[in-house]
Design a protein around this ligand. Structure first.
Ligand code: GLN
Ligand code: ZN
Length: 774
């Protein structure tokens, strides 16, 4: 009898109930007890679904008001001292650590407590492995202490038990918790904290046992990473210490194969192991060979990272053998937590029914696990109808003409080496572009978007509801574009943008217009805290039935004599921020998108647009978890970018933009994209990051961001000039551009205009001094 369970489920609520409650609470429109009630309701509904699906446990501890790593900081009592917490409750602490506390609140607070607690920067946030989820980064120093902290986990367990559920709590493992944290003092290795941390975990496990818990799931996803030897060795020690302290431990690894960590993982003194049988299916046989006789194996057969229906027939074939071998020691589950997929297909009433029938979101994945369990337990015939329906859906997807477009496949197959290269080298292109554009030294520009004002958002909402006709909406957007152009002219910027007023989102906007993409109405996935994204679904061969941006950009260009930059999202970012089909390599899908973007680039060029920016903010995110897999990815990713960009004449200037701060380890691959100009985020690091570009001798032009658009603060001309001087010391001034860090859509117009005015002034000052010294 196989045990069926899940590693975790979405917590934002099927209608984003948690998001709206959090935002109300932060605005002071809801009190803590109402927020807690919302959390409780979401958990109960999730547990009810798990029980209804026939799972053997309900998972507890996967809920968080903001983030699960943050909750572990509280659970383990290691809030950084800089927050100066005294008697605040756990919820208050959580939100101060997650969101920081504004200086403004500090001014007259009158509480008598100095500084820290009321003037604290939020914890840093970073991506959870290769997902689009962001966790809050624990901070560690020599002085970090651990002690029994927040009670919520134990309360949630009691709550589940009181409601008649059989809970299996989940914890983030001690090694993953430490590994993902940041060392805040020099000359110190966070692994030294393990001995201090383990007794606190031991105490938690003992309490769980006292609460009557039989199994606890401990997540150690770092087992799918390249681990330093000392970290790998520490696993053995840690789990020796924890084994026997409490309930049976199911150690969960996910997001990739174990590879060199396999021997360690499999020998750990724990009662069971969970493996990701979707991303590491080829490793399953080895795991089973090596698995000690007494251990449980939880096989993650349903893809927790994607939205496609599982081929249940094929999985059952595989599981049948395992079941014979392992008997009751076989557990089945999704590959990882379902946090990374939308909650339910049920409300998707506008999805094309054929495509909808190919999909499974979190609720439907629970159903799949239930079918597999029943089939193994009572025989396939007991779920014959469900299996037949599943087989039919799988078959329909495999053969559908909606998925396969011979013309697209043919185009990809026909790609030649020179399709991925500009006609001339950068040096020659630069001359042709300069002759055409006549830009001053240190040209000024922006990254694309201008403030998405309440008026713009209202117009879009009314258009969606049918209250504005297409023509009325178009006219409203044209007015916004004209306004943006006039403001940029008044500011004296050299290269203008149209401002992206007509775009809801940089991926969705294109996804809506490309064939092969489907958009959901409610397919929200948590990104961090209350923020959610709604990734498009790439179900079929991608092509561009008609131009997507030409009319807007050409209109903007018609208003001014200054060059207007065309603005597109690049193929790697489109891929990275979507759910991608799993029936062909990602690389293939990326090439198809690249060709669609290439068509758009060429149409913009034909319409007289001299500069085209192809944004790739997600280029780095696509890096595989294991370093040995990086180069292969970077090769196809940079090629896809070049295919999108290389159809144009020498005199057309291609820009790209990336907005994160770690590129030094992939500089050769960024150079391999061969954009004429790259704009990047650097202001927050005080231009430190540029040294990498300087040392590497980045060959083309660079626009290091000279001010941080994430903050409403208006930088002074002096500050910007200082940053520019630092940049000019590293990058030859004839290849230096002047621009903010990223797009301005989240800002308001007054601060945007003030900051850009200072930016233009700083550029002019430096231009004069560069000219003077030349
Ligand atoms: N062109 C986009 C904008 O300005 C780029 C956004 C991004 O880098 N994420 O909004
Ligand atoms: Zn950006």
């Amino acid at each position: 009898m196989p045990i069926a369970h899940v590693l975790g489920v979405p917590r934002i609520g099927p209608n984003r109930e948690l998001k709206f409650a959090l935002e109300k609470f932060w605005r002071g429109e809801m009190d803590a007890s109402a927020l807690h009630a919302t959390g409780r309701a979401i958990r109960l509904e999730n547990w009810e679904k798990q029980r209804a699906a026939g799972l053997d446990f309900v998972t507890v501890g996967d809920f968080a008001f903001y983030d699960q790593m943050l909750d572990h900081i509280l659970l383990l009592g290691c809030e950084p001292a800089r927050f100066g917490f005294a008697d605040e409750d756990a919820l208050t602490r959580a939100f101060v650590m997650a969101r920081g506390q504004a200086r403004a609140e500090n001014r007259d607070c009158g509480c008598g407590r100095q500084g820290a607690a009321h003037n604290a920067r939020a914890l840093e946030m970073t991506k959870w492995f290769d997902t689009n989820y962001h966790y809050l980064v624990p901070e560690f120093s020599q002085d970090t202490d651990f002690r029994p902290g927040a009670e919520r986990l134990f309360e949630e367990i009691a709550q589940a038990q009181a409601a008649g559920f059989n809970p299996k709590p989940v914890l983030i493992g001690p090694l993953t918790f430490l590994f993902l944290g940041k060392e805040k003092s020099a000359g110190f290795n966070k692994l030294e904290l393990l001995d201090r941390l383990l007794p606190v975990y031991g105490g938690i496990l003992a309490r769980l046992k006292k609460q009557g818990i039989e199994w606890v799931q401990i997540d150690e996803p770092i087992l799918s990473l390249d681990l330093p030897a000392e970290w790998r060795a520490a696993f053995e020690r840690a789990y020796h210490a924890l084994n026997g302290a409490g309930p049976n431990i199911l150690l969960a690894s996910y997001f990739g194969p174990l590879r060199d960590n396999l021997p360690v993982a499999i020998r750990l003194p724990v009662a069971g192991l969970h493996v990701d049988a979707v991303r590491a299916s080829e490793e399953l046989a080895t795991v089973i060979d090596w698995l000690p006789m007494h251990k449980v194996l939880s096989v993650g057969v349903v893809d927790g990272r994607n939205v496609w229906k599982t081929n249940l027939g094929a999985k059952l074939e595989r599981l049948r053998g395992l079941h014979e071998k392992l008997g009751p020691r076989l557990w089945i589950a999704p590959s990882c937590s379902l946090l990374h997929v939308p909650a339910s297909l049920a409300p998707e009433d506008r999805l094309d029914p054929e495509i909808r029938n190919w999909l499974a979101f979190a609720d439907e994945k629970l159903g799949e696990i239930a079918i597999l369990k029943t089939a193994l337990e009572h025989g396939r015939e007991t779920v014959a109808a469900a299996l037949a329906a599943n087989a039919e859906a799988v078959e329909s997807r495999r053969n559908s003409p909606r998925v396969h477009d011979e013309a697209v496949a043919g185009r990809v197959a026909a790609l030649q080496e020179n399709d991925a290269h500009r006609a001339s080298a950068y040096r020659e292109r630069e001359k042709a572009q300069q002759a055409r554009l006549c830009l001053p030294a240190l040209p000024t520009t922006t990254i694309g978007s201008f403030p998405q004002t309440p008026e713009i958002r209202a117009a879009r909402a009314r258009h969606k509801k049918g209250e504005l006709t297409d023509a009325e909406y178009r006219a409203a957007m044209r007015r916004e574009i004209e306004l943006a152009v006039r403001r940029q002219e008044a500011l004296g910027l050299d290269v203008l943008v149209h401002g992206e007023a007509e775009r809801n989102d940089m991926v969705e906007y294109f996804g809506e217009q490309l064939d092969g993409f489907a958009l959901t109405r409610y397919g929200w996935v948590q990104s961090y805290g209350s923020r959610c994204v709604k990734p498009p679904i790439i179900y079929g061969d991608v092509s561009r039935p008609a131009p997507m941006t030409v009319e807007w950009i050409a209109y903007a260009q018609s208003l001014t004599l200054k060059p207007v930059k065309g603005m597109l999202t690049g193929p790697v970012t489109m891929l990275q921020w979507s759910f991608v089909r799993d029936d062909q390599p990602r690389e293939q899908t990326c090439l198809q998108i690249a060709l669609a973007i290439r068509d758009e680039v060429l149409d913009l060029e034909k319409a007289g647009i001299a500069i085209i920016q192809i944004d790739e903010p997600a280029y780095r995110e696509g890096l595989p978890l294991r370093k040995s897999d990086w180069q292969r990815y970077l090769d196809w990713a940079s090629r896809a970018f070049r295919i999108s960009a290389s159809g144009v004449a020498d005199a057309t200037q291609i820009h790209t933009h990336m907005c994160y701060s770690e590129f030094n380890d992939i500089l050769p691959a960024i150079a391999a994209m061969d954009a004429d100009v790259i704009t990047i985020e650097t202001s927050r690091s005080d231009m430190e990051l540029l040294h990498g570009f300087g040392k590497f001798r980045y060959p083309n032009a660079i626009g290091p961001g000279v001010y941080d658009i994430h903050s409403p603060r208006v930088p002074t001309t002096g500050e910007i000039r200082q940053l520019l001087e630092k940049a000019a010391a590293v990058i030859p001034p004839d290849r230096l551009w002047v621009n903010p860090d990223c797009g301005l859509k989240t800002r308001g117009w007054p601060e945007t205009e003030a900051a850009l005015a200072n930016m233009v002034a700083a550029a002019r000052q430096l231009r004069a001094s560069v000219a003077g010294s030349a």
